[in-house]
Design a protein. Structure first.
Length: 145
């Protein structure tokens, strides 16, 4: 009796394996992707994604030395003028800080008493330079004009 049960269990196990194999092949045949060829995508010469491979005749040679990784180098035109002119918009002498409104752009920059070269009050016309501070650009080397 024990051998009959073993044979029956073995037959059921083989039937399950065959059923599993049949379902796998069926899924493969009915897959929506249709294989690797339908999944390929290419980028054309204009940077758009397309399903047709690029034409080798339109290939352009690239000079490797022109490729820059990271932050691009600054040129002389990119540099802002070092000395700027503005007007003291607000200054609290008791706390030792204030703001300068730049002429032309109307941007406001923080100024601390440690960045002053001359004593200033609100309304004074000043020249200054900018440095990056922890919370933005700060006016430094502030002089009366």
């Amino acid at each position: 009796m024990a051998t009959f049960e073993k044979r029956e269990k073995e037959k059921k196990r083989q039937q399950k394996q065959e059923e599993k194999k049949r379902r796998k092949e069926e899924r493969k045949a009915n897959a929506p992707g249709g294989g690797l060829e339908n999944m390929m995508a290419y980028v054309d010469e204009n940077g758009r994604i397309t399903d047709t491979p690029p034409d080798p005749a339109k290939r352009k040679p690239i000079d490797i030395s022109e490729i820059e990784l990271g932050v691009p180098r600054r040129s002389a035109e990119d540099e802002a003028p070092a000395e700027r002119v503005g007007k003291i918009d607000f200054f609290d002498t008791s706390k030792g800080f204030g703001f300068i409104k730049e002429d032309g752009t109307q941007e406001r920059f923080f100024v601390h008493v440690s960045g002053l070269m001359d004593d200033v009050i609100e309304g004074n016309k000043v020249s200054f330079e900018l440095e990056r501070g922890p919370k933005g650009m700060n006016a430094v080397r502030v002089k009366k004009v």
